[in-house]
Design a protein around this ligand. Sequence first.
Ligand SMILES: Cc1ncc(COP(=O)(O)O)c(C=O)c1O
Length: 262
Amino acid sequence: MDHASIIDGCRLSYAEVRKFRHNDMADLERILKENRDRKKLIAVDGVFSMEGDIINLPDVVALAKKYNARIMVDDAHGIGVLGGTGRGTAEHFGLEKEVDLIMGTYSKSLASIGGFIAGDAEVIHYIKHFARALIFSASPPPSSIAAVSAAIDIIEDEPERIEKLWKNTRKMFNGLKSLGFELGPTETPIIPILVGDDLMAFKMTMLLQQEGVFANVVVSPAVPSGKALIRTSYMATHTDEHLDKVLSAFEKTGRALGLISD
Ligand SMILES: Cc1ncc(COP(=O)(O)O)c(C=O)c1O
């Protein structure tokens, strides 16, 4: 369930890539043990982008210490959402000092485009001089950086927005669950509705659109084939009125397609 950009990044690193099963710490330990004497970087999503579950970071950190590995977290969906002040997955678990690299995109809670990577100055210096994708692309435009800077000020100064986001998340999780939809392992404002069949997922999103509701349809290769889902994600600015409209649309379309019953 890793985001495609992690897979591509691993390929571009020219390192040998070993994959462990989804959030499975025994499997991660097996691989670390097999590579005990080598240099290792564990690359994980903070929040998994399709199903909204969170990496078991405390155990990843413990294993990294035990087997002398470094850790990189792609926190695209954690920044602005998790942690007491919205600093993401590492803050959520109180592990900011234990994670070597935190990478994020500006395209989620920061409402812009581009991304960042944060770590020790020496490592960042190295990346600046060896990362081809960085060296051979244009810099982000000042307007998008200004938007990110303003978004960070808002996250810091208006913590009530994060509270509202979680209130909206709880409302939608409970609402969709009580309608009878299968929601998977989500723990965050990304709430997937598991559908299974690709065609059914496409039909459902089309019907939702007719009801005035936009949701992402997610099929293979973004998820394993046969595990198509409709991905909904919520914002602090959604009102109860918006959310009730979404719930009614899901109820109507889910019943029409036989995904839920009375
Ligand atoms: C986990 C994760 N990492 C990276 C990205 C890439 O973000 P962007 O499209 O802003 O480059 C995404 C976006 O979908 C994501 O979900």
